[in-house]
Design a protein around this ligand. Structure first.
Ligand SMILES: C[S@@+](CC[C@H](N)C(=O)[O-])C[C@H]1O[C@@H](n2cnc3c(N)ncnc32)[C@H](O)[C@@H]1O
Length: 321
């Protein structure tokens, strides 16, 4: 009876946070009856604050979600190449576009020194190193940074990789780079405009005067309007093995969403699914542009996919002095 009241009445009328807070407050009470009575009284007391409590709950949820992003990427590192039809082909294709932009921005200097501040397993660092750029990679995910050097070794490349948070790039030894790059929607993992500003300032500090900060993000100007709830599926096959890659997006509020990425692969005997989840905060091009300007970058501009042939909008920002 008490369980019925608790389940149907209170959970319908109060946000989950009330029940959880009350549960925590009452967990020292002895016995089930006492606990449910105490919950009932406290829930009644807390109900006027339910709006505030649900705000607190969603904020707490977001904090947990952002904190688990790094661990998710650690586990994802072994599978990351599988999201591409051919990782090798993507490495080369991206290096062609980004290499061209770097050469255009940095002039004839040889070799161009670039810091890839969210390198992951090395999609951009490896391709740019193959094209003769002097690249250093860092990423917050130790799992990704563990895999990247072995990928460099396989390709006969010498690329230093280290673990670093783009919010604190002083951990990276070298400075005065010709370019800092941050590709494939890495910046939107940051939680707030303040963090974006901090990352932009850190990138600025790593550049020589005249250097460029180059990054790419999803087309959030469009996505915040469309608010998609899924992406894909994409069907790939490697010889006789098949792979299905798709994402589900759960919007948490106007701008933030948790995505679930699934890679389902056929093996000799069965299908296996890898699930990866993390969160993004959709940032508009004008907002990121303003933040880059606040971080004292100049001549901030965007190259859209139609201009660059890259799959995401790319920003280019200059450090003048
Ligand atoms: C979508 S992946 C892109 C990785 C790589 N650029 C690529 O295209 O393969 C986003 C990357 O951002 C990294 N990341 C997220 N937050 C970060 C932070 N605060 N500092 C450095 N890297 C971060 C993740 O660990 C992940 O490797």
């Amino acid at each position: 009876m008490q369980t019925d009241i608790f389940d149907s009445y209170f959970f319908r009328r109060l946000p989950a946070i009330s029940a959880r807070l009350v549960g925590a407050l009452c967990c020292s009470s002895s016995g089930q009856n006492c606990r449910y009575q105490a919950r009932a009284q406290l829930c009644a007391f807390l109900s006027p604050f339910s709006g505030v409590l649900s705000e607190i709950e969603s904020l707490c949820q977001l904090k947990c979600i952002m904190a688990d992003s790094k661990q998710s990427y650690d586990q994802f590192a072994a599978h990351y190449d599988q999201i591409f039809e051919s990782w090798e082909a993507s490495i080369l294709r991206q290096a062609t576009v980004l290499g061209g932009i770097l050469q255009h921005e940095c002039g004839d200097k040889q070799p161009i020194r670039a810091l890839d501040c969210a390198c992951g397993i090395g999609t951009q660092s490896l391709g740019l190193a193959m094209k003769g750029f002097d690249v250093e990679g860092c990423d917050i995910s130790s799992g990704a940074v563990q895999r990247a050097p072995s990928e460099a070794l396989k390709r006969g490349l010498n690329v230093p990789f280290s673990v670093a948070n783009m919010l604190q790039l002083s951990a990276v030894g070298r400075s005065s780079f010709d370019a800092v790059i941050c590709i494939d929607n890495s910046l939107p993992h940051l939680e707030s405009d303040e963090q974006l500003l901090q990352a932009a300032q850190q990138a600025h500090a790593k550049l020589r005067a005249g250097g460029s900060f180059i990054g790419s993000i999803r087309d959030y100007d469009r996505l915040v309007v469309e608010r998609p709830t899924a992406e894909g599926p994409r069907f790939y096959s490697d010889s006789d093995k098949r792979r299905v890659v798709f994402q589900l997006w759960d919007w948490l509020d106007e701008r933030r969403y948790r995505f679930h990425l699934y890679i389902t692969r056929s093996t000799q005997s069965e299908w296996r699914t890898f699930h990866f989840t993390s969160t993004y905060r959709a940032v508009l091009r004008s907002e990121l542009g303003d933040i880059l300007t606040q971080a004292e970058f100049t001549n901030v501009r965007w190259l859209l996919p139609s201009d660059s042939a890259f799959y995401q909008p790319i920003f280019i920002a200059h450090r003048t002095c």
